[in-house]
Write a protein that binds this ligand. Structure first.
Ligand code: PBG
Length: 323
């Protein structure tokens, strides 16, 4: 069938028609909003590099979580800024660490908001790397035990899901075993399976104060040029027991999201990272783009590529726009 019989424009005439045949839908419950927990009390300060997002002290975080739950957003992912850093990142797995306290506060305040915790050492280590540093190198195997301890401490505090973002080899298996041995067989692992060494993390590193003090992360995060390697990373994480696999960043890696979606039957998450968000906010502040339309188009494209879940700083704005 071709023109003049075929007229695709017939189905674009009204919003009702367009909505009826729309192929991709996105609801706030599919989104996860990142929160940055900071030490101290009474703190709610806007993060310069992430306009509209805040550093929150433990006493403020529950109120924010209640608002997020009211907006219908699926969950939060927590990042912590410790009061002190050391080479082994010990506040990251302390039972009274900021994230552990924040998890307890949110679980007490919210009925069923999903609480996910980021499991990684970089916010807690004095050198800013995601693992144990020995002789100027990030050591893989000694890091696994610390990550496992962190995951268990998060589970103890009440996290529903733990999300390792460090990119050490074997960490999903190590975390799965530790959780199971500690009585947390029901706690799910969302693994940052294909996490690239990306310049799009810039604003986050300012927000989380987690920039490496020497070198960079290319010795453990992936080369942006690779897609077959992403499939290998995902396969390994699935074999080690991941429940959800994530691709990160999202927008520059839509092809990777699609490739993972087609080859694996687990839920796929995508992290629409800080740099992606900051670009939209910066352009919108100058009046160069329509922020609402741009954001919806971006999030829809990530869904269309195959992501079931999107971690995004736009979650609150999106939820407000779609009410
Ligand atoms: C920690 C971590 C990072 C992000 C999430 N977890 C930073 C990094 O790897 O340097 C980035 C999130 C973002 O940019 O929004 N390893």
């Amino acid at each position: 069938m071709s023109f003049p019989i075929a007229r695709p424009r017939r189905l674009r005439r009204t919003e009702r028609l367009r909505a009826m045949v729309r192929e991709t839908r996105l609801a706030p419950e599919q989104l996860v909003y990142p929160l940055f927990v900071a030490p101290g009390a009474g703190r709610r300060s806007e993060i310069a590099s992430l306009p509209g997002c805040f550093h929150l002290s433990v006493d403020q975080v529950a109120r924010e979580a209640e608002e997020i739950e009211r907006l219908g957003i699926g969950g939060v992912i927590l990042f912590g800024l410790p009061s002190a850093k050391d080479p082994l990142g010990s506040e990251g797995y302390a039972d009274d660490g900021v994230v552990q306290q924040a998890v307890r506060a949110i679980r007490a305040a919210c009925r069923d908001l999903l609480v996910i915790t980021d499991v990684c050492l970089c916010e807690y280590t004095s050198h800013g790397h995601c693992g144990v540093v020995e002789g100027g190198e990030v050591k893989n195997d000694p890091t696994l035990e610390l990550l496992a301890r962190m995951a268990v401490s998060h589970a103890k505090a009440g996290a529903h899901v733990v999300a390792p973002s460090d990119m050490m080899d074997g960490r999903v298996g190590a975390i799965r075993r530790a959780l199971d041995q500690s009585g947390f067989a029901d706690i799910a692992i969302l693994s940052y399976a294909a996490k690239y060494a990306s310049a799009f993390y810039g604003p986050f590193r300012e927000a989380a104060d987690s920039a490496p003090q020497f070198g960079d992360r290319r010795g453990y995060q992936m080369d942006p040029a690779n897609v077959r390697e992403a499939l290998k990373e995902v396969r390994l994480d699935v074999e080690e027991g991941a429940d959800v696999v994530m691709v990160k960043p999202a927008l520059p890696y839509l092809d990777v999201i699609r490739a993972v979606r087609e080859r694996f039957d687990l839920p796929v998450a995508a992290y629409n990272v800080s740099g992606e968000y900051a670009m939209v906010k910066a352009a919108a502040a100058r009046g160069w783009v329509d922020e609402e339309r741009l954001t919806k188009e971006i999030l829809t494209s990530i869904r269309r590529a195959g992501a079931d879940v999107i971690l995004t700083y736009h979650a609150k704005d999106f939820a407000r726009w779609t009410r």
